[in-house]
Design a protein around this ligand. Sequence first.
Ligand code: ADP
Ligand code: MG
Length: 432
Amino acid sequence: MIPHENTGFQHLGLAPKMLGLIESMKFVKPTPIQHKAIPVALEGNDIVGVAQTGTGKTMAFGIPMIQRLMSTQGKGLVLVPTRELALQVEEVLHPVAKQFQLKTVVLIGGASSYTQIKELRKNPSIIIATPGRLIDHLEQRNVQLKDVRILVLDEADRMLDMGFQPQVERILRSVPQDRQTMLFSATIPPDIVSLASRHMKLPIHVEIAPSGTAAASVTQELFIVAHDKKKDVMEMLLNQYSGAVLVFTRTKNKARSITRMLKDFGHKAAEIHSNRSMAQRKQAMNGFKSGQYRILVATDIASRGLDVTGIELVINYDLPEDIENYVHRIGRTGRAEKSGHAVSLATPDQGSDVERIEKLIRKPLPRMKHPDFVGHEFIKGARSPSRGGGRGSKPYRGGGQRSGNSRGDSRGYGKGNSRGKSSRGQRQKRSY
Ligand code: ADP
Ligand code: MG
């Protein structure tokens, strides 16, 4: 059961050895999602966990998964949407797993299949994989999933956004029915509800903040600016702030050209998007983390879920195509209770996109002006051609879940919806 007070890791049902390990990692207090998910997961329940990026979800499933694998003898499988995320999850889980003599393997595209096959032969207990490469290995019979006891779908909404639904379904059919499933997602659109109700056993819903809630510690501003003036605003911002900066563009070509431009201006910048090789993406990420690059230019897909701390400023050079990504993007700054800043650049025809963002975050974005030129206004009634439709903009009701049971943490996710509607205000526990 869940202890009421979030005091430490002591009362969550963890084994003494695990507690010792956590202590050695210098984690004093579980994050809210860990506090709620760990005891529920340790009991073997299926979980749907909803929390923004940066809230500590990896340990929320990783710690109970590793502890349970000690007694169930089976395998754990973690599915993630991107290669970077797979590596990041492995980075967190490997040191813990190792202490319990559990081997881990990462199965991702862009890396050698041969090496992965060699690692698979050592019979690892924890497989961390992207759906595509896992299916390749399944088809070639390099791996079999019949002893998977614990399945984690991390960043499930992203996985479906990226078109991985058929692969995910296929993998769900290849793992035993008798298993624990933990699904983590920042949002719960209808296709996730459907997936969960078809493949999970009365999942317990743990949620720490409604999706659409921007981190409270992030200041948000907006410039309405003609397209050809965006670079001037960006340059001004880069002078105004001194810390690490993450720049989002809509397309990979734009990411490339902006990175080139930044370098021409003498900035240390790197780019991360799907046209870059695995090695290049890793090099860019590591260089950004180590401070070799001050600026990282990224597209939404490449950046989702990445854990980089210490980002001072997020610049939305282009508004996101899927408006919901706005929250994910700005969640990159202001992490670990440090304050951060997010500045968005919108063109005058994007008034309706900005309105939708403001609806999602439930507050207006203050309009700023560049000193060198008069700020633009939105063109009334203009419809941006780029309006992202997004999934699940209609209210929905989920079916088949347990709701209103005795656990304080559980709620049927048919109530309200995931798109920033007012009904969710009451469900907000705390934004982390
Ligand atoms: P998410 O998967 O929700 O995006 P991560 O698991 O990547 O979040 O964790 C985000 C950051 O929080 C990481 O840098 C991680 O080391 C840190 N973190 C996780 N759990 C704790 C904790 N209990 N106390 C302090 N920091 C934590
Ligand atoms: Mg994560």
